[in-house]
Design a protein around this ligand. Structure first.
Ligand code: NI
Ligand code: MN
Length: 227
């Protein structure tokens, strides 16, 4: 699996020829300026966890340009359709669906969800994607919740994308516990440093994961790694 980081919580993963983009927020992100370009991002699928601006800012433009199928809550899918995006797949919590690349489950996130124009975004969520021989959990914005134990029991998660920025989501300490709940030792951090409220000490966060026997990867914006 190739993982490219576009800043904040926006990643693209390439697995067996399928390119999936998560929570596109690139053009308004000061930190991504000169390092990532929303007009150049490729996607076959766009997965959106909730309606906040810092997760949907570039969703409409990228979906229109690429024709990617957007997987999101029922309410966000309707909002996208009203903006002319026809290729959508609506979901709601607890549901899973077989896609050509694997099975996608929309799982609990403890957060809120309203779209930038005030439209209700439905329940916020996260995604577990089971490619068969590889399974990832992309948590979206969430607090630590015991529901994450269900993910650890049901799936053999290889890599977990977890928010670590604190204030609006889990911080590193709770993310360490979340990694234990989902039984995953390979964590990719997200939702930190973009805004003053969520600035973190990156080395301290890495040390917290190391102390727990897990590994925290913090990618550079524009960087691609193989996991
Ligand atoms: Ni949010
Ligand atoms: Mn957010």
């Amino acid at each position: 699996m190739k993982v490219t980081y576009f800043g904040h919580s926006c990643f693209s993963i390439l697995e067996k020829g399928t390119r999936m983009l998560f929570d596109p927020f690139i053009s308004p992100n000061e930190l991504a300026r000169g390092k990532a370009d929303a007009d150049l991002v490729e996607a076959d699928y766009i997965l959106i966890t909730h309606g906040h601006e810092d997760h949907v800012a570039d969703a409409v433009s990228i979906a229109k340009r690429t024709g990617a199928k957007v997987i999101a809550s029922f309410e966000i899918a309707e909002w996208l359709q009203a903006k002319g995006i026809e290729n959508v797949h609506p979901m709601n919590l607890g549901g899973a669906v077989d896609m050509p690349f694997g099975r996608v489950k929309y799982v609990t996130a403890i957060h809120s969800s309203v779209l930038p124009d005030g439209t209700y975004g439905g329940n916020p969520g996260g995604f577990v994607i089971n490619f068969g021989d590889l399974c990832i959990y992309y948590a979206g914005d969430t607090a630590l919740t015991l529901d994450m134990q269900l993910i650890g029991n049901e799936f053999d998660v290889d890599h977990a994308f977890l928010p670590i920025g604190d204030n609006f989501t889990m911080g590193a300490d709770d993310a360490v516990t979340a990694a234990k709940f989902v039984k995953c030792k390979s964590v990719i951090g997200m939702h930190y440093d973009t805004f003053p409220y969520i600035r973190i000490d990156k080395e301290e966060s890495k040390a917290k994961f190391k102390d727990s026997g897990a590994n925290l990867v913090l990618m550079e914006i524009g960087e691609t790694i193989e996991l």
